[in-house]
Design a protein around this ligand. Structure first.
Ligand code: AMP
Length: 416
């Protein structure tokens, strides 16, 4: 199925090694124009297959126009976070494994010396976080004038994280580039569009929206709980079920991540944990432990889990509910990736009901409640029957409902 894109046999080999059978919708949309050298403006959240959508055309360009002399990277991929940069680097290595293309990753949080090989020997594709790369440009250890293709991955997040000036500096250095691709989870913020207008030249715009079918792959439910200890007992029970092969548990605070992972370990549930303040090597090893299946539970905060891309996460568990609906969607989107089934379970106390209402309105669907035998909630407040949970409606929604009711009445009286 990838054959139709006119990719070299070596790249098809890499695609087979990665196990991709057919292109995802964003790959279908991006590959043809990108392989023709067009600039791309793509709205594609993680999990859509966006990485291969930009790596494959860039790699094909390098194969079509082989380098004539050693030198600095010809393709630069900018990533917002260290974890994402490392994952993208692995993707690049996998997809180009049957070619002679050399790739490397530069991120902050590691020793400056550890990049000396990438900076002094020929690298074709470089994946980098903006801050550290700019350091190397400013100290003249890196030259971005040889960049032919520039890719800005998760541009919205890079802007949110305050990287605008840094990226602009890098972009202006990469002035001889032939092609620029900008990928962003959404194109809604005015900031991204303004930025895209500045850096892209007559781009092709594409959008990968997860289809309803893809959304439905995440099976969600709520377990009501009386208090934190009750939530913990529910969690232990869930983690012991056979179908929980790989779970990410979200907590809102760093302290909760620490106490929760400590308790799980004491209860003989092997787990890794991630929190924002951890040194980079510890973060890498926590992710590696989950990826290599040495543990099947990861406890994390939202910040720490940014950019995390681990396949086959079967369960996302909200030990704490997030404060906002979009964060809920972001969390649950870590499961049900690339055609797999996923389950998202929220452990909910009475005080979380407000945010549950918000999430249900945001998704326009009710999240079913479930009970685990032997762990029924006792607290009356958290046993509010489904029907009594009032979903607050906006004025427009209220008007639409009143209109619907009126129409119903009219129909009824017409029948009489
Ligand atoms: P991404 O959106 O690039 O982070 O990709 C999400 C996940 O989907 C990654 O684990 C990829 O390895 C996987 N993936 C990308 N393209 C395909 C494909 N065509 N078929 C199956 N899985 C894919």
């Amino acid at each position: 199925m990838f054959e139709k894109f006119d990719l070299s046999q070596e790249l098809i080999g890499g695609i087979q090694k990665a196990g991709y059978k057919k292109p995802t919708s964003i790959q279908e949309l991006v590959l043809p124009p990108a392989m023709n050298g067009k600039d791309i403006l793509a709205s594609a959240p993680t999990g859509t297959g966006k990485t291969a959508a930009f790596v494959l055309p860039a790699a094909q360009h390098l194969l079509d126009y082989p380098r004539t002399k050693p030198g600095f990277p010809r393709v630069l991929i900018l990533s917002p976070t260290r974890e994402l940069a490392l994952q993208t680097g692995e993707h690049v290595k996998m997809l180009t494994s049957h070619t002679k293309i050399k790739s490397g990753v530069i991120t902050g949080g590691v020793n400056y010396g550890s990049h000396s090989e990438i900076l002094t020997s020929t690298t074709d594709i470089l994946v980098a976080t903006p801050g550290r790369l700019l350091d190397y440009i400013e100290t003249e250890q890196f030259d971005s004038r040889e960049i032919e293709i520039l890719i800005l991955d998760e541009a919205d997040r890079m802007l949110d994280m305050g990287f605008a000036d840094t990226i602009n500096r890098i972009i202006s250095e990469a002035q001889w580039r032939k092609q620029t691709m900008l990928f962003s989870a959404t194109l809604e913020g005015a900031g991204v569009i303004r930025f895209a207008n500045e850096v892209l030249n007559d781009p092709i715009s594409v959008e990968a929206k997860p289809s309803r079918k893809e959304k439905a792959k995440i099976h969600q439910w709520i377990n009501l709980a009386d208090n934190k200890e009750h939530k913990y007992q529910l969690l232990l029970n869930i983690l012991k079920q056979d179908e929980v092969k790989r779970a990410v548990i979200f907590a809102n605070k760093r302290e909760t991540v620490q106490t929760l992972s400590g308790k799980l370990l004491a209860d003989e549930v092997p787990c890794a944990w991630l929190e924002g303040e951890m040194p980079q090597d510890k973060r890498n090893s926590a992710v590696a432990r989950l990826r290599q299946e040495r543990v099947n539970v990861l406890v994390a905060t939202d910040v720490a889990a940014r950019g995390l891309d681990i396949d086959d996460i079967t369960h996302v568990i909200n030990f704490d509910m997030p404060y906002k609906a979009d964060i809920y969607l972001h969390r649950i989107g870590r499961t049900g990736r690339a055609g797999n089934k996923g389950t998202a379970i929220s452990l909910v106390e009475a005080h979380d009901m407000l945010v549950i209402g918000k999430i249900e309105r945001y998704m326009d669907e009710k999240i079913p409640r479930r009970i685990i035998q032997g762990l029924r909630p006792k607290n009356k407040e958290s046993r509010v029957p489904l029907k009594k949970i009032k979903v607050k409606r906006s004025t427009a929604e209220k008007k639409a409902k009143a209109k619907k009711a009126k129409n119903k009445k009219v129909k009824k009286s017409a029948k009489k």
